[in-house]
Design a protein around this ligand. Structure first.
Ligand SMILES: Cc1cc2nc3c(=O)[nH]c(=O)nc-3n(C[C@H](O)[C@H](O)[C@H](O)COP(=O)(O)O)c2cc1C
Length: 330
């Protein structure tokens, strides 16, 4: 006790906060709740049960580190009740060399949502070749709950070895939906989507839209950097367009109040989500049932060790529980 008091005196000058840094997104209500329990309430999402409204956004497989990273992520999914999307499973369409990197269902268990992932360019090609059976085989071998389609025209365009997308992605998605008997999630990869794309998607019976919003990892920028060559100016310019998660949440809410027939059931708010407070704020702002997703934030910890990942997830859960108890979204 005496020690604690002494520390308070020593730290008082350093522990001052500046009024301009106050977080204006919340009403802080200290009178209305006791300290929360450490264990969150389970809830239904994508036809499964989750404990925490947190999604591990798609990251890649097929590299030396991918197996360890993916296995750590899958372990955390099971321990804490999270959902997970795989990185692009393109490598598994024709052979099983990298199956071990992606084959995570036994680690995750059957309760949590677990989705495979392919790019829109592959879907376009599979539809053209009438080889949708390859998607069914992929989902079967991974025992996945469905497929995430990443729509990434800017990334493909700026990637030196990128695929060309010949048709409007929305038409490709509509075509796939006509025959698909599996759940589909559609996402961007870090630049988000504008109101017309969101409106078209919301009217389709997709299981979820994942934002992949602007503000975090930016693949277009990465591809420009990767290419190494001096890029024409227009390439650089394209890396700075997009929509952040706040803007996209507002777009969804505006579309919903226009009385449009919305068939999409869930939203995964991702891309540039820096903390549980960002996530908590946006899922409460969103008029459709929503969780939040992160990619790069998980990557660092999953690569380091399971302990590091475990601590990271525990911090988020405690933060979310505290936010639920004391913060009302304005
Ligand atoms: C290393 C890495 C690999 C990724 N690979 C994929 C992928 O294969 N498919 C996909 O849909 N998105 C992929 N993404 C994009 C993420 O799912 C996410 O949309 C994007 O990183 C923005 O989220 P963040 O700001 O939390 O990182 C990848 C992201 C990272 C960091």
């Amino acid at each position: 006790m005496t020690n604690r008091k002494k520390e308070h005196v020593e730290l008082a000058a350093l522990a001052r906060v500046d009024l301009k840094d106050i977080d204006k997104r919340f009403h802080y209500e200290p009178l209305l709740s006791g300290h929360p329990s450490e264990t969150p309430e389970p809830f239904h999402f994508l036809g499964k049960t989750m404990n925490v409204p947190l999604w591990i956004s798609s990251m890649t497989g097929g590299t030396t580190l991918a197996k360890k990273i993916n296995r750590n992520l899958a372990k955390a999914c099971r321990e804490f009740g999270l959902g997970m999307g795989l990185g692009s499973c393109r490598k598994l369409l024709d052979n099983d060399t990298y199956l071990g990197d992606f084959d995570l269902r036994d680690i995750i268990g059957t309760q949590q949502p677990f989705f495979a992932n392919l790019g829109i360019a592959q879907i376009e090609k599979l539809l053209e070749e009438k080889r949708i059976d390859k998607i069914y085989k992929l989902l079967e071998k991974l025992n996945a709950d469905g497929l995430i389609i990443h729509v990434n025209p800017l990334q493909e365009w700026l990637q030196p070895e990128g695929d060309k997308i010949r048709n409007a992605p929305i038409e490709t998605i509509e075509k796939l939906i006509q025959t698909a008997k599996f759940d589909i999630i559609v996402k961007e990869v870090g630049q988000g989507m504008g109101p017309e794309s969101l409106k078209r998607l919301l009217q389709l019976p997709v299981a979820a839209i994942e934002f992949g919003a602007f503000g975090g990892t930016n693949f277009s920028k990465m591809e420009v950097m990767r290419s190494g060559k001096k890029q024409p100016v227009y390439d650089e310019a394209f890396t700075m367009v997009g929509h952040d998660a706040f803007e996209m949440t507002n777009m969804i809410n505006s579309i919903l109040i226009k009385g449009i027939n919305v068939k999409c059931k869930h939203i995964i708010i991702s891309g540039g989500i820096n903390s549980f407070l960002d996530g908590y704020y946006l899922i409460n702002k969103c008029s459709l049932p929503a969780i939040y997703g992160q990619a790069s934030a998980f990557l660092k910890h999953a690569n380091e060790s399971y302990d590091s990942l475990q601590n990271f997830v525990k911090e988020q859960i405690t933060g979310l529980q505290m936010a639920k108890a004391y913060l009302n979204v304005k």
